[in-house]
Design a protein around this ligand. Structure first.
Ligand code: ZN
Length: 263
C-alpha cells in the first residue's frame, strides 16, 4: 500500500518564518528512506527541516525521521518519526490510579506531568461513578524490540510493520501515553471499549485534562493506526482543546496529512 505525505505547510508555520507555496510530498508511507536517499530530493529535505524544526536527521538504521524534541510534551512520533536511539524519559513516576499491571511493572509509569493529569482524569471519572483502569503506560525501547521481533517471527515482517510499532516509534516510549480500559470492557484493549460508559466518557472528557484520543475512528490514513479508543496521549491543555474542538489528529495539528496514493 502506498501513501503520500503532504506537508500542509501553512498549518505549521506558527513558530516559523518560512513560507512555502508548494506542498512537499514524501512518497511511500512507512519508509522515508527512499525519498531522502534520492539525490534530487536533497533540496526537499532541506526545506522539510526548515518547516519541521523537530526533525533533524534520518536514522541510517531504520530510515525514519528522528525527532529532536523527545522531552517536550508536544513531541510526536508515528510510523515515520522515531525517538532518538536509547531514549528514556527523564521523569517517569507512577500515577496514583488503579493499575492493571503488577506493582513494579514499567507499564505503570508515565512522565510526571502526564501522571498528575492522569490522576485528575481518573478522579473525575470516579465522581461520575466510572472506574477507569490504567492498563499500559511506559514501554521501553527494549520491550518494543522484543514485541516487534516476536511478531516478525510469528507473522513475518510485513504483518509486523502493519500491526506493531517498529522499535522507537511507539508513543508509549515517550511516557506520555496510557492505554485505559475498565471492568465493563473486561479490561480489554478493544474497540468495544468505546461503547462502554467509561469509553464514551473518556472520549468526551479526556481533553479537559490535557489528553487526546490519539488514534481516532476513521483517521487511519492519517495516523497510520486503526481506531484505538483506549489509547490516550498527554499533550497539555491547549493542544488537547484545539484537537478536540476541531476534530483533528496530532498529525493534522502539526500540519501533516497522509493520503492514499493511487498513482
Ligand atoms: Zn497504546
Amino acid at each position: 500500500m502506498r501513501y503520500c505525505l503532504l506537508l500542509l505547510t501553512l498549518l505549521m508555520l506558527g513558530g516559523c518564518n518560512q513560507t512555502i507555496n508548494q506542498p512537499l510530498q514524501v512518497r511511500e508511507f512507512g519508509s522515508v528512506k527512499n525519498f531522502l536517499h534520492n539525490e534530487k530530493n536533497t533540496k526537499a529535505l532541506a526545506v522539510f527541516r526548515k518547516v519541521d524544526k523537530n526533525v533533524v536527521e534520518v536514522s541510517s538504521q531504520s530510515g525514519l525521521f528522528v525527532v529532536s524534541n523527545p522531552d517536550d510534551v508536544d513531541v510526536y512520533v508515528n510510523k515515520q518519526r522515531q525517538l532518538p536511539d536509547g531514549y528514556v524519559p527523564p521523569d517517569l513516576i507512577e500515577p496514583k490510579v488503579a493499575h492493571y499491571a503488577d506493582s513494579g511493572d514499567d507499564r505503570r509509569l508515565m512522565r510526571a506531568e502526564a501522571a498528575e493529569a492522569l490522576e485528575a482524569l481518573f478522579e473525575a471519572a470516579t465522581t461520575e461513578g466510572l472506574d477507569l483502569v490504567a492498563m499500559s503506560g511506559y514501554r521501553s525501547y527494549d520491550r518494543q524490540a522484543i514485541i516487534f521481533q516476536n511478531n516478525v517471527d510469528r507473522n513475518g515482517e510485513e504483518h509486523a510493520r502493519m500491526f506493531s510499532a517498529q522499535p522507537g516509534t511507539s508513543e508509549h516510549q515517550t511516557g506520555l501515553a496510557m492505554d485505559i480500559s475498565a471492568a465493563s470492557a473486561s479490561f480489554a484493549l478493544e474497540q468495544a471499549f468505546s461503547n462502554t460508559d467509561e469509553g464514551s466518557w473518556l472520549a468526551e472528557q479526556a481533553h479537559k485534562f490535557g489528553f487526546i484520543i490519539r488514534y481516532p475512528e476513521d483517521k487511519m490514513a492519517i495516523t497510520g493506526y486503526a481506531y484505538e479508543p483506549w489509547h490516550v496521549r498527554y499533550v497539555g491543555n491547549d493542544i488537547a482543546q484545539a484537537i478536540y474542538q476541531k476534530n483533528l489528529t496530532l498529525e493534522e495539528y502539526f500540519g501533516y496529512h497522509f493520503e492514499e496514493d493511487n498513482s
